[in-house]
Design a protein around this ligand. Sequence first.
Ligand SMILES: Cc1ncc(C[n+]2csc(CCOP(=O)(O)OP(=O)(O)O)c2C)c(N)n1
Ligand SMILES: [Mg+2]
Length: 328
Amino acid sequence: MDKSVLLDWYHTMVLIRRFEERCDHLYKFEGSIKGFLHLYIGQEAVAVGTIAAREEGDHVITAYRDHGHALAVGCHPNHVMAELMGKATGVSGGRGGSMHMADITKTFWGGYGIVGGQTPLGTGFALAEKYKGTDRATLCYMGEGSTNIGYFHESLNMAGVWDLPIIYVIENNKYGMGTEVSKASAEPIMIEKVKAYRIPGERVDGMDVFAVYEATKQALARVRAGEGPQCLEMMTYRYEGHSVGDRTRYRTKEELALWRDEKDPIRTLQLECTERYGIAESEMLAIQEQVMEEVEESVRFANESPYPDPSTLYDYIYPVQEEPLTLD
Ligand SMILES: Cc1ncc(C[n+]2csc(CCOP(=O)(O)OP(=O)(O)O)c2C)c(N)n1
Ligand SMILES: [Mg+2]
């Protein structure tokens, strides 16, 4: 693995972590981020490792826990922060907020607030690419909780029947909003669940960016070889609550400590970089300092940006109906 690639992964993972820690503070103490805020802290290796493996033009679509994916596909932190504050300079023009980051120039189709809502849409991208005869794949991310939703099963069934070029990346962080996986899913092992649709699955250590990258590379190669849909079950953990305000009483401090203190994806990558690849600690410290500046710059940019002009309120939506609809 090239050193510059490792440092790039490290930079993006640290950026996601520091960016979201700052978001948490902005929400709780400065009041400049409002509404829902689902933090991705702890799961950084999944977005970074999978997106590093994709080729340009491969589609990315995910759920509401989407800031990490946005930063990993290369959305500028200034525009992600502005979106979080509802500003006109945000990636979605300030109209989407935390759950609806999107940048179609990067074939990043965004986050979705309806649990599992992105799964049929991602499956539709895969159908379109197959129909057009391209070799583009789709990375469709979701939480393990969303696999209990009806359209998950409809989507996987169709993908299975039509051999669609898609990878369902299930981020198994052990919990839905506050419910442990086995309390909500009769089959708690996701790669077992997808077997019903003859979709091959692999469980991956989602705290290890190398494992995530390798598994995704291989799954993408199988997709492009025409082997049809694949599933990667990323075993991961969110350190914060489901959304801000969740006091996480459904899990123990010991469990959190086990994941955070012993399996942290950033620390693991840092150790690999220094011990296996001989990268100087000073280089990693320089990246950390650079990230702090990027994050502060994003806050400054977002604070100084204007809100969308009220006259644009009805832009980008279906036109307001002047006359009542008739049924003739
Ligand atoms: C259709 C629908 N049902 C319920 C909700 C409320 N809800 C929001 S997140 C969530 C849990 C989803 O858990 P999971 O898919 O594991 O994702 P995670 O939050 O762990 O990333 C629920 C039930 C919703 N947004 N949409
Ligand atoms: Mg979950």
